[in-house]
Unconditional design. Structure first.
Length: 143
């Protein structure tokens, strides 16, 4: 993927959501960039996403947003609403099936924090919002 290419992904099931999770792994967000719109059944989180797909050249980040639709409720664990500039680092997004097609989309963050979005079905979209910028830090994952 060239440096200027924007990523746009849709997820309608757990397998699709795993692809979005991989794209957002190690993304960072601020508490103030998490928006739960209860009346519209929508959860939006804006991240500075590491462009894992850009393997050649310098490491890059890009401003991206994931939006979940059909959200019934959102619960947080070890996530304080203040200060708004507190940083969370995403580890993974998973789907825990309930009464099909309903379930819970879980955002697992470093240091034991997570958000659990109870959904009627998987309905997610990820889109890059900015041009990428270079970064000197690229997380290393042992295996």
């Amino acid at each position: 993927m060239a440096s200027g290419d924007s990523l746009r992904l849709l997820a309608l099931d757990a397998d699709d959501l795993a692809v979005i999770s991989a794209a957002l792994q190690d993304g960072v967000t601020h508490i103030g960039d998490i928006r739960w719109e209860k009346a519209h059944h929508r959860l939006t989180i804006v991240f500075n996403r590491l462009r894992w797909e850009a393997e050649d050249g310098p490491h890059e980040r890009v401003r991206s947003a994931i939006q979940l639709g059909c959200v019934v409720a959102v619960k947080a664990r070890n996530v304080r609403p203040e200060p708004k500039d507190a940083v969370l680092q995403l580890l993974a997004i998973t789907f825990e099936e309930g009464d099909c097609p309903a379930g819970v989309v879980r955002f697992a963050f470093a240091d034991g924090a997570d958000l659990a979005a109870e959904v009627e079905c998987v309905d997610a979209a990820l889109a890059d919002l900015s041009a990428p910028w270079t970064t000197t830090h690229r997380p290393a994952h042992g295996g």
